[in-house]
Design a protein around this ligand. Structure first.
Ligand code: PLP
Length: 395
């Protein structure tokens, strides 16, 4: 007999249906409102139905939806120009997702050495706790057993070292190493920021051995940490960077950013995508950048992050048996739980505040970047109510 459920069973879904969203709020069909501190896992960077994004998408929908990449797509050129002007990069390749942006970065790094007479250099060093996506290459890069199990031989060419371990990182570099790939702030791994000094160490190590530094800013990029990209806090620049999630504000797309040198192997015919960079995605991407690059936007992110951080620090002091640590950067915050993170996510949901569990027993708070101070205080009081409920349950 056929399974009654027509969808793959790959997701453990929350039993709440949302019908609409506005700003940082989600609404059920019966009008119940939830504060959305999950934001589609750092995707809805400008909240739900932001008027500027809605307008950009509707305008483009009336003109042209899709065009093959054999044609010039003006929105692509414009967005690439804006991204290269704002970052280290000289070149951009648009994708549909984060994993594809990583695939592009991995292929770009390998091709760079291939066309520069060192085809034996194809290996990439990654870090424990990493998450780079769910394609065959990106699960190999992430190296997490739970995502690799049962999917056949692991894609060759990834070497993993413990998180933030300098000596292990140095020891892992061989004649076959092409690149180092890390998230400046691990998301799924438990909101673990790499210290600035460690980011500089990685840049130096890459320079010393002629390696490419690849950053995965799919989750921590596009204003999330209070800089346009998280690596800016360390004052270093990568050679390649994968971006997605927040850059589309809810429209699915990603990008691989590269220096001209790193991308020198990506010549005509070496890579491609049907949908990547399509006019609808580019219209929304340009609209997202309009807002995030506006004067004062990132300052706002930092101001609100301070409000949340201070509130969380005080909750940590008051509930030491429940909160072990509060960490993160900007509006990418993690509550490291002393008890079960799943229980805190659930308790917060009962207070109509959505969050995301992460590794290392952490609850992730990833609100839309347009969060106001008032909404931040509203969230803090809901977190407090959840903690209060959990603490009473324990005694
Ligand atoms: C979500 C995520 C990815 C994968 O992005 P998809 O769009 O789901 O393919 C890769 N890296 C990081 C750091 C992520 O958070």
């Amino acid at each position: 007999m056929a399974d009654a459920k027509p969808l793959y069973d790959t997701y453990n879904r929350v039993p709440i249906v949302f019908e609409r969203g506005h700003g940082v709020w989600l609404e059920t069909p019966t009008g119940e409102r939830y504060l959305d501190f999950a934001a589609g896992i750092a995707v809805n960077s400008l909240g739900h139905t932001h008027p500027h994004l809605v307008e950009a998408l509707k305008d483009q929908a009336d003109k042209l939806w899709h065009l093959s990449n054999v044609h010039e797509i003006p929105g692509q050129t414009r967005l690439a120009e804006r991204l290269t002007r704002a970052t280290f990069a000289d070149k951009v390749f648009f994708t549909n997702s984060g994993a594809e942006a990583l695939e592009c970065a991995i292929k770009t790094a390998r091709r760079h050495f291939h066309v520069n007479g060192q085809p034996e250099r194809y290996r990439i060093i990654t870090m424990e706790g990493a998450f780079h996506g769910r394609t065959l290459a990106t699960i190999a890069a992430g190296g997490q057993a739970k995502y690799l199990e049962g999917f056949g031989p692991k894609v060759e060419g990834f070497d993993q070292v413990p998180f933030g371990d300098r000596e292990a990182m140095k020891a892992a570099v061989t004649e076959e190493t092409a690149a180092i790939l890390v998230e400046p702030v691990q998301g799924e791994g438990g909101v673990r920021p790499l210290p600035k000094e460690f980011m500089r160490f990685l840049r130096d190590l890459c320079d010393e051995h002629g390696l490419l530094l690849i950053l995965d800013e799919v989750q921590c990029g596009v204003g999330r940490t209070g800089k346009l990209f998280a690596h800016e806090w360390a004052g270093i620049e990568p050679d390649l960077m994968a971006v997605a999630k927040g850059i589309g504000g809810g429209f699915p797309f990603g990008a691989c950013l590269a220096t001209a040198e790193a991308a020198d192997g990506m010549t005509v015919g070496t890579h491609g995508t049907t949908y990547g960079g399509n006019p609808l995605a580019m219209a929304v991407g340009n609209a997202v950048l309009d807002v995030i690059l506006e004067d004062g936007f990132l300052a706002h992110v930092n101001d609100i992050a301070l409000v949340l951080n201070q509130g969380l620090a005080s909750l940590k002091d008051r509930y030491p048996t429940l909160i072990e640590d509060v960490r993160g950067s900007g509006l990418m915050l993690g509550i490291k739980c002393a008890k079960s993170n799943a229980d805190l996510v659930m308790a917060m949901r009962n207070e109509h505040l959505l969050s995301v569990p992460a590794g290392d027993n952490v609850v992730r708070l990833l609100p839309p970047l347009i969060l106001t101070a008032e909404e931040a205080r509203d969230a803090l009081s809901r977190i407090e109510a959840a903690l209060d409920m959990l603490s009473r349950k324990d005694t």
